[in-house]
Design a binder for this molecule. Structure first.
Ligand SMILES: [Mg+2]
Length: 321
């Protein structure tokens, strides 16, 4: 083991950390030895693993310390954290394989049970409008049946499946899915999956006085349901705001300006974390700080080298301001 202690001073705050290099498996681990803000024991700032290389003996401490400094500087002055869900707080597989499959399997029975209700009426109207646009654009969606109740339920179910297959960010679909998931979460069939360190990080950031918000293409109802029914319990107490595509597209700079304004924070004091480079581009153009979240199962991102990467939320160190 090779242990070295480092100190750096990103403007006002001074941070010390320890790097432990293990030549047997060529790993590097970074620890903050002193407890901060009431946190107990060592706080892992960043756990890294070097690619096997002949120059491991030097352990690349210089570049390692630079990396940590950038991590800290990138989050300096942060007063709000804005989080994506899919690929950031939650495995993509949970959304696609569990949530979407559940919605697809339940849509027909849900429509049958609630057909004619006021809450369903607006979603069906929205879906019909979106269907008309799909037809106009020559996308050939399954036809919507008119006349009998059963024909309408069958055809809407098919259209919903067609939208799910295409992972469409349809407002009508998202709203209907939210209602179906609500039933599943309430009866205990669904339990939301989060990466292991997410709940403790939310709690830590909240204790540090940060505003925590979500920006996801899932409806705000679906977002609240997800965080209310996680394997780690109900986390909605840590989250201040939920933004969905009613604020705008996730790749549109105006959406992030609207969010900063809704949070009553200057964009530069908001840190956005997402697994999608196009979203970081938009948030960055609005003035937000950004981190690219690289999780198992995420899609490779083009030009990802332009962004600082984190593999989990434990790597995000937000200095006291
Ligand atoms: Mg995502």
């Amino acid at each position: 083991m090779i242990t070295t202690d480092h100190t750096f001073q990103p403007s006002a705050s001074r941070t010390s950390f320890r790097v432990v290099a293990n030549p047997s498996d060529e790993s590097l681990s970074y620890f903050q030895p002193s407890a901060k803000r009431g946190l107990t024991s060592s706080v892992v700032l960043l756990a890294g693993r070097c690619a096997p290389s002949s120059d491991f003996a030097r352990a690349k401490f210089e570049s390692s310390s630079r990396q940590i400094m950038i991590s800290s500087l990138a989050t300096e002055g942060i007063r709000g954290v804005l989080l994506d869900i899919e690929g950031t707080t939650t495995p993509i597989a949970f959304v696609h394989e569990v949530l979407f499959s559940y919605a697809r399997s339940q849509v027909r029975s849900f429509l049958t049970e609630h057909f004619g209700s006021a809450e369903l009426h607006a979603d069906l109207q929205q879906l019909r409008e979106e269907h008309a646009i799909d037809v106009k654009q020559g996308l050939q969606p399954p036809a919507l049946g008119e006349g009998s109740r059963d024909a309408e339920i069958d055809s809407v179910s098919e259209y919903v499946s067609w939208l799910i297959d295409r992972d469409r960010k349809s407002t009508g679909l998202k709203s209907l899915q939210g209602k179906i998931w609500k039933q599943g979460y309430r009866d205990g069939t669904l339990k939301a999956e989060l990466f292991a360190e997410v709940a403790p990080a939310l709690e830590r950031w909240r204790q540090a006085g940060l505003k925590i918000s979500i920006f996801s293409s899932g409806s705000s109802l679906a977002q609240k349901l997800l965080f209310a029914h996680t394997e780690a319990g109900d986390l909605t107490g840590f989250i201040d705001n939920y933004f969905d595509t009613t604020v705008g597209s996730k790749t549109d700079v105006a959406s992030y300006r609207r969010i900063a304004s809704a949070l009553r924070l200057p964009a530069k004091n908001v840190l956005f974390i997402s697994d999608v480079v196009l979203e970081l581009d938009a948030a960055g153009a609005a003035g937000m700080r950004t981190l690219l979240c690289v999780r198992p199962g995420n899609h490779p991102q083009p030009a990802a080298e332009r962004y600082q990467k984190i593999r989990d939320f434990d790597e995000v160190q937000i200095p006291e301001s």
